[in-house]
Design a protein. Structure first.
Length: 256
């Protein structure tokens, strides 16, 4: 495994022009500026999130409002995911752009209240067997853990310690992306306040395109023994498929 760290104006990808709302790779936008009735509305398509626990509306950063997670039982999820276009292990995202394979990316503005335990930003789980999973977590050392399991195999993880990069008790920009062909080496990209971490991993194979499961923000496996509840705030969450992004583009989306 190779890990590299860059900061400044390094571009996450160089092959994408700026995207707009008509881009077919722009799948969902959950602004979290209006969670009336406990739902996270998707203002791009119809992947509306179901609220779990009792998340509350709070003052936002780039937006007027965001949502507060209590770290106990608050989360938002989609179930089933097979029709949503949102699945970190689902094939069909394996698109060639200038010779590079790109699969998906997540943008979100975050505020973390607590680094005393590992906390999940986003996850994907089978609702019963847990044999297929993918999750992106913050660690107690202000680092990142990416964890996955395929077809009942062992749980694999990549840990990157980026101490002091992820702030506590204040808003920050966060993005995560995965690129790579199915059954081959993958590269994970983590962007925090314009600081970029590139993590090269072993191969990851995708699950069947008809796979069901749960996609969740703020927890792991909300349908079967949930854990890793996020304590803090979120706003302005975006999901993209089959494309990359660069820093100038990220600033546009992060601004709300």
């Amino acid at each position: 495994m190779v890990q590299t760290y860059h900061d400044g104006s390094f571009k996450l990808t160089t092959y994408m022009t700026p995207i707009y709302r008509t881009d077919t790779g722009f799948i969902s936008e959950w602004r979290f500026d209006n969670i009336t009735s406990g739902s996270g509305l998707d203002s791009q398509h119809s992947n509306h999130l179901i609220g779990s626990g009792s998340p509350v509306q709070v003052t936002g950063w780039k937006l007027a409002s965001g949502v507060q997670f209590d770290g106990v039982d608050d989360a938002f999820f989609i179930h089933p995911i097979n029709a949503s276009g949102i699945d970190p292990l689902k094939p069909g995202f394996d698109t060639v752009l200038d010779g590079t394979y790109t699969q998906w990316g997540l943008f979100v503005n975050l505020w973390c209240d607590d680094f005393s335990k590992e906390q999940v930003i986003c996850s994907r789980w089978n609702e019963v067997s847990n044999d297929k999973l993918f999750q992106v977590c913050l660690t107690p050392t202000s680092g990142i853990v990416v964890r996955w399991r395929q077809d009942g195999g062992s749980i694999l993880s990549v840990i990157y310690g980026i101490d002091n990069l992820i702030p506590s008790g204040q808003w920050f920009n966060f993005a995560f992306g995965r690129s790579g062909r199915d059954n081959s080496q993958s590269i994970f990209y983590v962007l925090v306040n314009n600081k970029l971490v590139v993590i090269q991993t072993d191969s990851i194979s995708s699950v069947a395109s008809t796979a069901s499961g749960i996609f969740c923000l703020g927890a792991a496996n909300i349908g079967n023994g949930p854990s890793g509840f996020f304590k803090g705030k979120m706003e302005n969450v975006y999901w993209f498929n089959s494309r990359g992004f660069d820093l100038s583009e990220y600033e546009y989306w992060a601004s709300g």
